[in-house]
Write a protein that binds this ligand. Structure first.
Ligand code: ZN
Length: 104
C-alpha cells in the first residue's frame, strides 16, 4: 500500500503539468475543488453511494492541486500541524474527547 506522500507525489507526476497549464492560479484551483465538493453534495442528496468513492478521491486530488497553487505550502506539513500525530490539536487528548466538530 502506498503512503500518503507517495499518493501526493504520484498525483503531482500525473496531473501537475496539466494543473499548471490549465489552472495557473489559486482561484482556478479553488473552483476546481469546489466543483468536486458540490458534486459530492449532489450525490449524497441523490443517495448515489457507488459514485461517492470516486468523488471523494477527486476531492483529495483537487485539494492537493489547490495546495500546489501556493508557494511552499506542503499538504503533508499542513496536515501534521493541523492534526498532530500524538494528540488532538484542540483538547490535547488521544483519543479526542470533544463531542462536537470544530471548523477552524
Ligand atoms: Zn479533541
Amino acid at each position: 500500500m502506498a503512503t500518503l506522500r507517495d499518493v501526493i507525489e504520484n498525483l503531482h507526476t500525473i496531473y501537475g503539468r496539466r494543473n499548471a497549464t490549465y489552472m495557473p492560479d489559486r482561484n482556478h484551483r479553488a473552483i476546481f475543488l469546489g466543483d468536486a465538493v458540490r458534486h459530492l453534495g449532489k450525490l449524497i442528496e441523490r443517495k448515489r453511494g457507488k459514485a461517492l468513492a470516486h468523488v471523494r478521491a477527486s476531492i483529495f486530488a483537487r485539494t492537493c492541486a489547490f495546495a500546489e497553487g501556493f508557494v511552499d505550502l506542503s499538504i503533508m506539513r499542513s496536515l501534521s500541524e493541523k492534526y498532530p500525530e500524538k494528540y488532538c490539536a484542540y483538547c490535547k487528548s488521544k483519543p479526542c474527547y470533544r463531542e462536537t466538530n470544530r471548523l477552524r
